[in-house]
Design a protein around this ligand. Structure first.
Ligand code: SF4
Length: 687
């Protein structure tokens, strides 16, 4: 009826799942979410995937957190916000008095807004006085950022998503975009099918994009930097590189050329298992293509050599002149909706917003003046170091927002043991996560549909989200909660809207100097760097790389063997990743019933060869065990995996893959080596 129609509200927002950054209008009537309608999304046009279109059940889920909860023995009781803030004030002050500010630590969320990550670092640094602040990019994307910062100076996608369609060759390494970045994958499928774009996939698992690829090869696990160097050496030896580009734009060529000497075709084949003929074909394709985009994700980063592999792929792009033009460059495919922004806005232990170093005195002086405080001088602890610091007794209190650390971090048993030892632990989330079970105090946060703010997508695109619904119950937007805590601790903050937080961040951060809510109004968006006059940067490098002399740098890397060796006891390699229908551990997507039912059980993919050897078929239960723990899962026999490779979805709460992963990390960034896991598989009796 007319009346009903009038009550329908249409609100522009951005998807809360992956970092493709699809934007659309959400239609609501009262608290009902009626539909998602893509209209003018810059990244997605009129498309969305199943998650963006349907997976909003978490917003009105019956088990949303709607009151602060205080631990009372082994259960929790509802308390008021005032009581919750009293507890925080008392405990934080007590820990600060007894142990100093570095006994506290703060973890922001890659799901919350830019403004909220900015405030989280400000709370830690300006109010508490510690640089112990991080976000979950530590679990995934930091090695990608490191590899690009070393070579080209900025850790971000080289161009826009739409540019990928113009590349002569798309090269996907250790990423599964058809399931994890579906709308982006659709664009590649289209340009591959209809515009003659070449597609190469390097992965240990034959996922959908691998099936479509012109060339698909399976390197041995954790050897990607070796074939990248091998391919680079072949290109150099056959003079297929771009000397004019290198002379003009890249430093340290001689060092790099020398570092490639060991990577003969024979050595490369021996380590990687990739046949020499394939290496030669790949080298020729990369050298000849009219623009190469390398898309990569966790298959590259989550190894002890993750940063080095990201570096090696950037070296290869520099060698072949594949930067500084549309349809070329490196595309780290960011996972969460705002994993790019959580780091951009300073929730990291070594940098303020815009990657300005805390140890740089001039930078620190600027933030001290801007915030009116004296700031701590040395780098803080990252997520990984925080866990160790709890166990060595130096870290006593922690505040985590929007992060299910127990299931997301590697070696879940070790992490849980640490969190249980905290003197005081606050967790803020939209529902009661596994991590909440270890909390002393749980704070109810608003969902993305219940607040204003901005997210930054994988293509460095800053986009507005607008409030479609009031926060459910007594939940509050994260920025409001952080401000309440800051003010209890003497912060004297007076933000009335996220636009004011953005204005402050922009005034202190050259990377986003020209960002304002006025400029982002409606479906407008800005890709960083955004200059003071409001011009943005769809193509990241046009007339210089981000170093003082404007030149990029070759950065030689050496390969190290994977941390968890296949042995006679742990004789299989376990890989892991997401499923199309779910996000991370499924705490949000599993709250939409129709989506939960598609893949209700945890499963492990087993190759037909291995299934035959062990005498098992699909549906059989097995126990996987590593030195760190075990899980019980159902078998799915699949030729996506080969030989002694297993693959398990990480979208599982009941049998988390991180019971099996180790505490080994990337050497440079401490990102866990999730993809270096050796396990045994025991077939369980039939039920
Ligand atoms: Fe959301 Fe990513 Fe799907 Fe787009 S592709 S609708 S951003 S999950």
């Amino acid at each position: 009826s007319e009346m009903r129609h009038e009550r329908v509200k249409r609100t522009k927002t951005v998807c809360t799942y992956c970092a493709v950054g699809c934007s659309f209008e959400v239609w609501t009537r009262d608290r009902h979410i009626l539909k998602i309608e893509p209209t003018h999304g810059p990244a997605n046009g009129i498309s969305t995937c199943v998650k963006g279109k349907f997976a909003w059940g978490h917003v009105n889920a019956e088990d949303r957190l709607v009151h602060p909860l205080l631990r009372d023995g082994d259960h929790f009781r509802e308390i008021t916000w005032d009581e919750a803030l009293d507890v925080i004030e008392k405990k934080f002050k007590q820990v600060m008095r007894d142990h100093g500010p570095d006994a506290l630590a703060f973890i922001s969320s890659s799901k919350t807004s830019n403004e909220e990550s900015y405030l989280m670092q400000k709370l830690a640094r300006a109010v508490i006085g510690t640089n112990n602040v991080d976000n979950c990019a530590r679990y995934c994307q930091n090695p990608a950022t490191m590899g690009l910062q070393r070579t080209v100076g900025y850790g971000g996608d080289s161009g826009s998503i739409s540019d990928i369609e113009t590349a002569g060759l798309v090269f996907i390494v250790g990423a599964n975009p058809a399931e994890n970045h579906p709308v982006l994958a659709t664009r590649i499928k289209r340009s591959h099918k209809f515009r003659g774009q070449r597609l190469i996939v390097a992965d240990i698992r034959k996922h959908e994009m691998a099936e479509r690829a012109d060339i698909f090869f399976r390197p041995n696990p954790s050897t990607d930097s070796v074939w990248m160097n091998g391919v680079a050496k072949y290109i150099l030896d056959h003079k297929l590189h771009k000397p004019e580009f290198i002379t003009k734009w890249v430093n340290h060529f001689d060092e790099f050329a020398k570092s490639l000497e060991p990577y003969t075709l024979e050595y490369t084949e021996k380590i990687t298992g990739v046949p020499q003929a394939t290496l030669i074909t790949v080298a020729n394709e990369v050298a000849a293509a009219d623009g190469v985009c390398i898309l990569f994700a966790m298959g590259v980063t989550q190894h002890c050599g993750g940063s080095d592999t990201a570096t090696a792929l950037s070296n290869l792009l520099l060698l072949t002149g594949n930067y500084m033009r549309p349809g070329a460059g490196a595309y780290p495919l960011r996972g969460h909706n705002n994993v790019q922004g959580a780091s951009d806005f300073g929730s990291m232990p070594n940098v303020y917003s815009g990657y300005q170093k805390v140890e740089d005195e001039a930078v620190r002086a600027k933030f001290e003046a801007g915030w009116g405080v004296t700031l701590p001088t040395s780098t803080g602890k990252d997520n990984h170091q925080m866990i160790d610091a709890i166990l060595d007794g130096s870290l006593k209190a922690m505040y985590i927002k929007g992060e299910d650390t127990v299931t997301s971090d590697s070696n879940a048993g070790y992490v849980a043991k640490a969190l249980a030892q905290l003197e005081f632990f606050v967790v803020q989330d939209i529902n009661f996560s596994e991590t909440c079970r270890y909390a002393d105090l749980v704070l109810p946060a608003a969902t993305s549909l219940e607040k204003d703010g901005t997210f930054t997508s994988t293509e460095r695109r800053i986009q507005r989200i607008y409030k479609a619904l009031e926060p459910l119950g007594e939940s509050k937007p994260d920025w409001e909660i952080i401000q309440l805590i800051a003010n209890r601790m003497g912060g004297n903050w007076k933000y009335t809207h996220p636009s004011e937080i953005m204005a402050e961040a922009a005034s202190l951060t050259p990377l986003i100097a020209g960002v304002s809510y006025e400029r982002l109004e409606g479906f407008n968006s800005l890709q960083w760097p955004v200059h003071a006059d409001g011009t943005d940067t769809p193509l990241l490098f046009t007339d210089k790389f981000n170093f003082p002399d404007g030149k990029a740098r070759f950065f030689p890397v050496t390969w190290i063997e994977p941390s968890e060796e296949i042995s006679s006891t742990y004789d299989l390699h376990l890989n892991n990743g997401r499923l199309l229908e779910h996000f991370e551990q499924g705490s949000m997507t599993r709250r939409t019933a129709g989506i939960h039912e598609i893949t209700p059980n945890s499963f492990v993919e087993v190759s037909p060869e291995l299934a035959e050897e062990r005498g098992i078929t699909s549906g059989r239960h097995v126990q996987l065990a590593s030195p760190y723990g075990r899980v019980r899962v159902q078998v799915l026999v699949s030729d996506r995996v080969q030989g002694k490779q297993l693959y398990m979805s990480l979208n599982s709460v009941d049998q988390p893959v991180n019971n099996l992963t180790s505490s080994h990390t990337d050497r440079q960034t401490h990102t866990p080596a999730f993809k270096e896991t050796a396990v045994s598989m025991t077939v369980l009796p039939e039920q």
